[in-house]
Design a protein around this ligand. Structure first.
Ligand SMILES: [Zn+2]
Length: 342
C-alpha cells in the first residue's frame, strides 16, 4: 500500500519535472550503494528500468552490461569513470566536423525534451509535438510490390511496455533486405550498439535540408533495427536510394517480432539539432507520420493531417523499383525499401 502510494506520488512528481540531461546524474550524489537503495523499490538489490525515476537516457548510460538492471558495481563505474562510461555510448557523430548545425542539449527547450524523451508521463507533450495517429492512409503502387507498414505511427506501441505511443512506422521485411536513404541528405548519427530497452538497436539518422527534399522544413529520418553495422559514416552525404544497411531486428524487444525497419521521422524549421547517447533531438522538433512525407507538399504535421478532408488523407507512396527506376520520376523522397516491379 505504502509502496503504491509512493510510486504514484513519484510518478506525479516526475511529471512536473523537466527531463534531466545526462549530466544531472553526476550532480545527484555519487554514492553507488545509496543510489541503488534510493531507487530499488522491490528490494532485490538492483534497479530495474521501471524503478528508475529519471530519464532512460541516464539509465542506458549507467547500464554498462545492458541487462536492464543497474547494480552497485555499475553505479560505481559510472560515478568513477563517468567520462568513460559516457564515451562508451557516445554516438560516432562526435566525429562530425565542427561548426555545423549540431548544438548542445542546452539549446533544446524543455517542451522539445519532454516530447523526445518518450516517457509515460510526457504523453501530453508528445501529442502536442505530433505523436498521435495521423489518419493518413498509405497507397502502395499498383505495378510493384513494396514491403508495407504493419504497425502504424501514433497508435499504442505493441511492444512490451504498456501506455507508450509508437513514435514511428514499422515496415517488416525479410532478413538482410537492403534499406536505402529516403532522400538526399547527410548521415548525422549512427547508433551501433543494441541491447538497452530504449534503443532500437543499430540506427542511422539522416538530416535532409529543404534543398534535399523540396519541402521547406528540415526532415530527419531514423531507420533502425539493422541486422549488421550500417555501411555509412557520420558526416557522409548520401543520395536518395543509396544503400544504408541490411534489415534486421537488432534491439527489438520480444522474440516473436519479425525483422522490420522502425522508421521515425521528425521535422522542424530550425537547421539545428542535438545528439544524445540515445537519440537525435532537432531544435523545436516535431514527430510526423512517415506517410505524410509522400504528400510532397506542406502541411505534413500530424495535427494538420488529422484536419484534412478524407480524400486528401490517401497518400501515394513514391518508390524505387528493382530496375532502378523512380516512381514518379521526379520524386525527391522514396520508400526505404526497393519495391519489386510486377
Ligand atoms: Zn516500431
Amino acid at each position: 500500500m505504502l509502496l503504491t502510494k509512493r510510486m504514484v506520488f513519484t510518478g506525479m512528481l516526475s511529471a512536473l519535472l523537466i527531463a534531466p540531461v545526462i549530466d544531472a546524474a553526476f550532480a545527484q550524489g555519487k554514492n553507488p550503494k545509496r543510489a541503488v537503495k534510493k531507487n530499488d523499490t522491490d528490494g532485490d538489490g538492483k534497479v530495474s528500468r521501471d524503478e528508475w525515476q529519471k530519464s532512460g537516457d541516464i539509465f542506458d548510460a549507467i547500464d554498462a552490461d545492458e541487462d536492464g538492471y543497474l547494480t552497485v558495481r555499475e553505479f560505481k563505474a559510472f560515478f568513477e569513470g563517468g567520462a568513460q562510461a559516457k564515451r562508451k555510448k557516445q554516438p560516432s557523430s562526435d566525429n562530425a566536423s565542427s561548426g555545423g548545425p549540431k548544438v548542445s542539449m542546452g539549446a533544446i527547450d524543455d517542451a522539445t525534451k519532454g516530447a523526445f524523451f518518450a516517457k509515460l508521463e510526457k504523453m501530453d507533450q508528445q501529442r502536442q509535438r505530433g505523436l498521435l495517429e495521423s489518419e493518413l492512409v498509405p497507397v502502395y503502387p499498383d505495378g510493384a510490390d513494396c514491403p508495407e507498414i504493419d504497425h502504424i505511427f501514433g497508435e499504442p506501441w505493441r511492444g512490451p511496455v504498456a501506455n507508450r505511443i509508437h513514435s514511428g512506422a514499422d515496415i517488416p521485411a525479410g532478413w538482410d533486405v537492403p534499406l536505402h536513404a529516403m532522400a538526399d541528405g547527410e548521415v548525422i548519427a549512427i547508433y551501433r550498439e543494441g541491447g538497452g530497452k530504449s534503443f532500437r538497436g543499430r540506427q542511422v539518422i539522416m538530416r535532409h535540408t529543404p534543398e534535399d527534399t523540396g519541402l521547406p522544413v528540415y526532415i530527419y529520418t531514423l531507420q533502425s533495427h539493422f541486422n549488421a553495422p550500417p555501411q555509412v559514416q557520420v558526416g557522409q552525404r548520401l543520395k536518395m536510394g543509396d544503400f544504408i544497411g541490411p534489415n534486421g531486428k537488432s534491439g527489438v524487444p520480444g522474440k516473436r517480432r519479425q525483422p522490420h525497419n522502425h522508421l521515425t521521422v521528425n521535422i522542424t524549421t530550425s537547421p539545428n539539432y542535438a545528439v544524445t547517447d540515445s537519440l537525435v533531438i532537432p531544435v523545436d522538433g516535431h514527430f510526423i507520420d512517415p506517410v505524410a512525407l509522400f504528400r510532397g507538399k506542406l502541411p505534413i504535421d500530424t495535427h494538420a493531417m488529422r484536419a484534412l478532408p478524407e480524400d486528401e488523407r490517401r497518400v501515394q507512396i513514391a518508390y524505387k523499383d528493382d530496375k532502378g527506376n523512380i516512381h514518379p520520376p521526379d520524386a525527391k523522397i522514396i520508400w526505404p525499401f526497393i519495391c519489386e516491379a510486377d
